[in-house]
Design a protein around this ligand. Structure first.
Ligand SMILES: Nc1ncnc2c1ncn2[C@@H]1O[C@H](COP(=O)(O)OP(=O)(O)OP(=O)(O)O)[C@@H](O)[C@H]1O
Length: 626
């Protein structure tokens, strides 16, 4: 066969159902598309008027009206924009994927700023057929002496066109809602969809229900209310940061996120070059320690809502924040809810990360005390960001704070400096300040504070910091006995070995436990008879297995390194040491009670052990009075 070249042909009968059903993922976006077209139509006529090419005759109350009629089952979108001539309807509507917006941009690209035009692909109008059985257009062009045009299509590939009777410049689009549009017969659905997609569109959008019973006062008089636009045509993020007050930022936050907690602080993004990006990011306050952090960053393109939390543009860790970002330069694909993946989105994401890091550094430098006040609330974001984004970590590394058990906020360097001579490149931490209180007070008695790392992000954060600063080691307070707590012991190695063997025998029998690892120490404190320590590595391994649900692994592969440390100086341990050859009930009782108390200050007792502990404690008290 000879080599051939040609162009592919598309039959509208085949492609139309695809556009209607599959081009857009969400049905409700037809509202966004038709209101965007209406706003584009207004932007165009305003532009032409400013160029002296259109004479508006004083009709400049630019607005978009959406009217629902539940009886007639229609939804109308009315604008007083540029309108269309019959030629334009033929060109822009009858030719699918021929965008009048693109055409307009091409014609006027050299005549000033027209980046407000939203349309791009020439397909949006057809999204109306996702919900409508029939769509009508009634339009009159701005041109002098133009004749109105009526267009009608029932969703097939045939249309009807005739002269229209419209007397005012603009376009009215009527959707006759079909079974797929049933949900849009609800006032609430239409209103909330307009609010979702159009709350920052540049011209006022009014919504009314034509066949709704008017509200009456108690005397039966109709209450007349001034129509209120559903949108904010000049959202705060578009203003210059220097022109915005704190109250305005807070009000914008309340309105946009319906969150009545005040945000901690915010970052106003305002960039014109090398790309255009405006927005405000808020650091929300966490209500309680049990709060799940759920952020929401709404992405806009020229004031049109695109989607929430688009991870290509917003670095993943910042999805914990709340905010709005508007970037008219976004490379959107046809359905707008998806981005074309190119290097540009990465640049936007890097810019946002940098701005957040700059703001945090600024807050730290301008007032450490204020920064410390925010720390508990913002630290999960910052820690998550440090783990997720190396560049972010590098920028905020020096302002990472740690809250200590004496309620101070210190950097890691300050912590080490404070413990010079006591700790060598080592940071003690607690993951549960209440449960681990005994260990904390033992350390405190020797002038050592621990840092509190009790958030679910902290175990990953600790590993991250250790990896970044590889000479620093984090140790949970119950992972060893600090040399600071021990007293010089005169016992020689051989005697100590025998003592350990004898005591182990007593505990093994009393606890009926084969694997009982015991260490004898002379602790400076005489208050503690025994304590459990669990090596840091072994505990981390166990936690990791639990976290990743590595149930298939045999736990025996990583035996628990739990050790019972007994304080030789404590009278109870001295008693045991002096009676290791006996097998008395009292010896069992002491060993069991010492062990349970040690476990209790390390972790919660298992239910059966707890019941035994209470029973035994009562027995001991009974013995005391008998
Ligand atoms: N309300 C309107 N007033 C005037 N012209 C309109 C109106 N609605 C649509 N048009 C014309 O029809 C064209 C096609 O609209 P359509 O929504 O299909 O595509 P678009 O807005 O150009 O691009 P996109 O697919 O990105 O929305 C528009 O570019 C515009 O020229």
């Amino acid at each position: 066969m000879s080599k051939e070249k040609g162009s592919l042909s598309i039959h509208s009968e085949n492609i139309f159902p695809i556009i209607k059903k599959w081009l857009y993922s969400d049905h409700d976006i037809f509202i966004r598309e038709l209101i965007s077209n209406a706003c584009d139509a207004i932007t165009k006529v305003k532009r032409l008027s400013s160029l002296g090419e259109a004479h508006l005759g004083g009709k400049t109350d630019f607005q978009v009206k959406v009217i629902l009629d539940t009886t007639a089952r229609t939804l109308k979108f009315i604008d007083n924009g540029i309108g269309m001539t019959d030629e334009e309807v033929k060109k822009y509507i009858n030719q699918i994927a021929f965008s009048g917006a693109e055409d307009f941009l091409k014609t006027y690209k050299d005549k000033g700023d027209i980046d407000q035009i939203i349309g791009h692909f020439g397909l949006g109008f057809y999204s109306a057929f996702m919900v409508a059985d029939m769509v009508e257009i009634d339009t009159l062009s701005y041109r002098q002496g133009a004749q109105g045009v009526k267009w009608r299509c029932d969703g097939g590939t045939e249309f009807e066109m005739e002269e229209g009777s419209r007397t005012h410049r603009g376009t009215e689009i009527t959707l006759h809602l079909g079974p797929d549009g049933e949900t849009f017969l609800s006032e609430y659905t239409v209103r909330s969809t307009i609010e979702k997609y159009c709350s920052f569109m540049p011209y006022p959008i009014y919504f009314e229900v034509a066949d709704k019973e008017p509200e009456k006062d108690k005397d039966g008089n109709i209450i007349i209310t001034e129509p209120e636009a559903l949108n904010d045509v000049l959202p705060l993020y578009l203003k210059q940061p220097s022109a915005c007050t704190d109250e305005e930022y807070k009000e914008f936050y309340r309105k946009t996120f319906r969150d009545f907690q005040e945000p901690l602080f915010w970052i106003h993004l305002n960039m014109d070059y090398p790309f255009n990006l405006k927005g405000i990011l808020y650091f929300p306050k966490l209500n309680t320690e049990f709060d799940t952090i759920e952020g929401r960053i709404k992405l806009y393109n020229s004031q049109v809502f695109i989607a929430d939390n688009i991870k290509e543009v917003i670095p993943e860790f910042l999805l914990l924040l709340k905010g709005v970002i508007d970037c008219p330069d976004l490379p959107l694909n046809v359905s707008r809810s998806f981005l074309q993946n190119d290097g540009f989105t990465k640049k936007i994401s890097d810019y946002i990360t940098k701005k957040v890091a700059d703001k945090l550094n600024g807050l730290f430098k301008s007032g450490r005390e204020g920064f410390e006040k925010f720390w508990d609330d913002i630290s999960p974001f910052i820690k998550y960001g440090s783990i997720k984004d190396d560049k972010f970590y590098e920028k905020i590394e020096s302002i990472l704070l740690y809250k200590t058990t004496d309620e101070q906020y210190v950097t890691i360097e300050e912590y080490l400096e404070k413990h010079t001579g006591k700790l060598e490149k080592q940071v003690y931490y607690v993951s549960d300040p209440v449960q681990q209180a005994q260990y904390v007070s033992l350390l405190k008695a020797h002038g050592v504070e621990a840092v509190i790392l009790d958030h679910s992000i902290d175990s990953a954060f600790i590993s991250h910091i250790e990896m970044k600063k590889n000479d620093i080691r984090f140790k949970r307070v119950d992972s060893d006995i600090s040399e600071l707590m021990k007293e010089q012991d005169q016992t020689d190695e051989e005697t100590n070995k025998v003592e350990v063997e004898n005591v182990t025998k007593v505990f093994k029998k009393a606890l009926a436990k084969e694997d009982c690892k015991i260490q004898l120490e002379s602790l400076k404190s005489e208050d503690v008879a025994g304590m459990i320590i669990l090596s840091e590595d072994s505990r981390r391994m166990q936690e990791m297995m639990k976290r990743y649900n590595m149930g298939g692994f045999n736990p025996g592969m990583f035996p628990s390194e739990e050790t019972l440390v007994l304080n030789k100086k404590h009278p109870l341990i001295q008693y045991i040491l002096g009676h290791t050859n006996e097998e008395t009930e009292l010896l069992d009782l002491i060993a069991q009670q010492v062990y349970d108390l040690a476990v209790l200050s390390h972790k919660p007792l298992a239910p059966e052990a707890m019941a035994n502990f209470i029973k035994r404690s009562n027995e001991i008290m009974k013995k005391m009075i008998s």
